[in-house]
Design a protein. Sequence first.
Lengths: 239, 458
Amino acid sequence: MTASPHILVVEDDREISNLVTRYLRANDCRVSQAANGRAMDLHLAEGRFDLIVLDLMLPGEDGLAICRRLRRVRRIPIIMLTAKGDPLDRIIGLEMGADDYLAKPFDPRELLARIRAVLRRVRDAAEGTADRTARRHGFAGFDIDVVARRLTDPGGAEIALTGAEFDLLLALVERPGRVLSRDRLLDLTQGRAAGPFERSVDILISRIRRKMERDPHRPEIIRTVRTGGYMFAVDVETS
Amino acid sequence: MSTFLGRLMPRRIAAQSAAVVIASMALIHLAITAHLWLAENRAEDRRRDFVHAWTLVRMVTAAPRGEERERMLAGVARAYPTLEIALSRSPPDGVGTAPVAERRPPLPPFVAIDPGVRVVALAPEAGGAASSSLGAGPPGPFGGPRELRFAVGLADGDWIVFTDRPPPPPPFLFGPWGTTIVFVVLSSALLGLWAARGLVGPLRALAAAARDFDIEADPAPLPARGPEEVRVAAIAFEAMRRRIRTLVEDRTRMLAAMGHDLRTPLTRLRLRSEFVGDDGLRSEIQRDLAAMNAMIDGALTYLAEGRHREAVGLVDLSATLQTICDGWTDLGRDVTFEGPEHLVWRVRPLAIERAFANLVDNALKFGTRCVVRLGESGDHVVATVEDDGPGIAEAEREAMLKPFVRGDTARNMDDSRGFGLGLAIVKAVVDGHGGRLGLEAVEPHGLRVRITLPTAAR
């Protein structure tokens, strides 16, 4: 995030659009506004954008359709805004190609944090440090569904993880065999679900181990490296 | 074939029961007819009687005329009550108008006739002409033996008149009363059978459909067979079910739309609140907005529960409960989880997570600490969420499980949840899994919510 990112807000409610724009501009973003899919197309034809904040309920072409259409031609990051809080809608939104999802009414700080997290992931992908197109990771019988953010054990049972735990596990799984320091892990996972009570990496790791390792005291999947860090120690199959 | 029979079958209850009674009447008639036919054709016995009697009569004719002969004849008559044997001093009516040779009845070949004895056939008393066959009178309804009547003229001028009448048919099953009882028993047995198969079955299917009435599920198959009345009731029931479903759907859609429309101004307010300069005022506004949003969320969640049921899948319940507890521990609350490392069960993942999150949320709202326990017992899992709050009075527990019902003042201190939907949502989730939810008191004070989930979620 060297230069201020250019964000396109696609939202039919003018008030919300103005307020979001005002908040993001106050936080070092360049922002353009579009009220519908057609206006969005005009903006995209004229300028370069780093990210689109897209409302799900739009007059005419709705957010899901726009999202699917955009994904066919370019990989511009998308954050969906929706009034529906149903987690199933969220999965559909993510499968349509959105990078993240936020339910209305939202805390604008949360929106800003997610915008930054998505932009960081895009940057990492560009640097080749993580595969952003990956949808599934398999290891030691476990399966991670990146889109639905689900972890299943070798028996196919779903294992609940908090957002922070999932992000941390994903950061490790995306970099198998590499030693990652606590600072690096914090950096990789910051943005999503970050808060004043965010637990340290060590506590998150011990919680993940309790849920996944056969013997949490002698971990085989996530190893502790004495020099100060963690390493994902099993082979990962990505699809 | 069956469709043809089906078309012949009466459809209404009255017609069907009448048909059953008519059928039993026909059966009784058939039985009586068979009985008579069998009785008439029991001719062998009669022939034997006749031969015996004839032999005896020949002995009588050998006895001297007078009292002795009368006495002997009376004895024979007593011995064979089915034969009518009478002695007369003069030729009976009908004898002597025709030549004897032509009037001789064709007695069976084994009937010997002594010389000097005349045998003359007589017209039967029942009517008809004197016949030259063994049977004379009108035949029975089934062509059985006829009445036979002839006179035997002895050499000394006495006449013996022989009348062999077919016996009256034996009474059918102990006479008229027996017949009536048999008819009543038979027809009521048939009626019972019909009621059991043709009436009770379809009614039971209808009752089952009413019992399993579920607005969300596809309609249970209604009885297609049975009397027309039951089918009409089934169709009416189905129509009612559809009306209720439409009603509920309309209401749900309306509330969902309201919830959705409220979100837009709520979002605006939330965004605007960021520009309020006064920190205290801003945080108060934001707290109220969060409470409003939680209320809308709760109502929509409750309405959605069961409507868009997610698929059942294997879930590590230990991990789910642990995750919920960890979330609160991170916020500095006293929440502990006690249970196995892993407990995999078939549930609806999001619904179960929401239910337990609600319970822990509730527990910490009214108490200072919360203990979540999980265990497996036989073919079901038992999970309890316990707090050290004021608890719920026994009289109020039932009401607390209903939507939009609020507890007493003790449970009503905090308005952030609103609508009193917390426990109702949990109940809906547990019901959706075919499980049970119980509220118990904790000593010295507190509430324990006990949830039991069976093996296979519905």
